[in-house]
Design a protein around this ligand. Structure first.
Ligand code: SF4
Ligand code: SF4
Ligand code: SF4
Length: 178
């Protein structure tokens, strides 16, 4: 069933991004356990794809989970730089380590910083002083079932990979820390 909901978005202006990685630092600091206790861009839900020689920087946010890698074989040529399709993909995918916690290997999905309702804007947007990231809220028809399906797919992927006991332990630990 479709329902009108406020949808949060982050728009990216590639022209403004200089690859400073402040967004990665802010995201990983906010999501550290306990919160703000450490900074590690490898744990960030936004990563900046870089080709420094060509001055090309593309911030990519993690999106949905997938159980299997896709058949994508596209190669993008930007100026003199060549990027494979996976470079700009936000999917938490078994084919690579990106958007997985370096210690637990658990998926790192962008939650739009919803754990901090007092924040006016997501932390990566606040950290971007160059205006490469812009936050907006728009009213959109959202399929309720699609949202549930995505949550279930994510949970199932975790259980398939790590087993139900480990996932249960993680939930219990997170609940105790929250
Ligand atoms: S990272 Fe994205 S593009 Fe690459 S195989 Fe996985 S789903 Fe496909
Ligand atoms: S919106 Fe929040 S969770 Fe998502 S990438 Fe930005 S800082 Fe990280
Ligand atoms: S903080 Fe802004 S300018 Fe810096 S890397 Fe992130 S998106 Fe680019």
């Amino acid at each position: 069933m479709a329902e009108k909901k406020k949808v949060k978005r982050i728009k990216v202006d590639l022209e403004q991004c200089n690859g400073c990685r402040s967004c990665e630092m802010a995201c990983s600091t906010f999501h550290a356990l306990p919160k703000y206790s450490s900074t590690n861009p490898a744990r960030s839900r936004i990563r900046v794809v870089m080709k420094q020689l060509n001055n090309e920087y593309v911030p990519v946010r993690s999106t949905n989970y997938t159980k299997a890698k896709c058949a994508g074989r596209r190669v993008y040529r930007i100026n003199e730089g060549e990027f494979r399709e996976c470079s700009f993909c936000g999917t938490i995918c078994p084919s690579r380590d990106l958007f997985k916690d370096p210690t637990s290997n658990l998926p790192l999905k962008c939650d739009m910083c919803e754990e901090e309702p007092s924040a006016q804007e997501p932390f990566c947007v606040q950290a971007c002083n160059l205006g490469a990231l812009t936050y907006e809220e728009v009213d959109e028809e959202v399929e309720e079932e699609a949202e549930l399906e995505e949550a279930e797919l994510g949970l199932q992927a975790l259980i398939d990979k790590y087993g139900v006991h480990k996932i249960t332990d993680v939930f219990v630990r997170l609940a105790q820390n929250s």
